[in-house]
Design a binder for this molecule. Sequence first.
Ligand code: OGA
Ligand code: MN
Length: 298
Amino acid sequence: MISINRIGKHLGAEISGVDLSRPLDDNTFSRIAKAFFDNEVVFFRNQKIAPEQHIAFTKRFGELEQHVRKEHRLGGYPEILIVSNILNDQGKTIGVEDAGRFWHSDLSYKQTPSLLSALYALEVPVKDGRVLGNTSFASTTAAYEALPDDMKRRLQGLKNVHSYRYYRGKNVQAQKAEQARGARVVQEHALTPEQLSSVPDSEVPIVRTHPVTGRKGLFINEAHTSHIVGLPKVESDALLSEICAHIIQPEFRYEHHWRAGDLLMWDNCAVQHKANFDYDLPLRRLMYRTTVRGSAPY
Ligand code: OGA
Ligand code: MN
């Protein structure tokens, strides 16, 4: 028996009574898919899934992406991106360590940004009995709906540029600042020119219509948006910060407290998310992520 238990005011639900290691019949799958798009973020506890099963389940939502960071794909399973702080023999992280330093939605800088991501927790950092490394989510649909009418009118028709290049630059700066304050030096794999040119900047509407639900949401984020098209820089910066601050207000949020065995999925057309780096080695964190390709925003 499947049950769906809503947690946050606008988003976030636990789905129980499902074993994702088994093939799901069409009826069960469509209930899960409906619950997912209704709740924007859903999670299943106590799952024991192999990479094949993770891939098979998420593939039912659409085609899977292979991340531009090739070196962090799981061997033999290019659709799985490793998100981890664990180091290999050369002292480099085995996965993406800095995923989610800023509020973002996954692959929002691509011509066809991601529809959804599914993150499976294999190891979570625990200190004094408390799990660290929560992931926070904010509903961009609820945030859009709460905007005053004059702001909705102002944003209608405006576009913003999502840029992977801009994001990498911002991330490197943040890392340097953290290191200056004494944080461990993270050895980043530099991107090759081919990797960079495979992700050109993308110009998309700020107010986006959800491809499945038809709900409007705000498709602009502090990690990837370099600027708003057609505005002088000062104005663009000010409007960008104003919208981003509006989206992440507590009433639009859900914060996930991880347990090993969680499979957590989020709708990249309806929410933004951010990691919390309140842990470090020797506390290990290991997660596997699949990402379903979406469609061009409109
Ligand atoms: C991601 C991401 C945040 C986290 O995997 O896309 O942003 O808490 N992760 O690991
Ligand atoms: Mn992410």
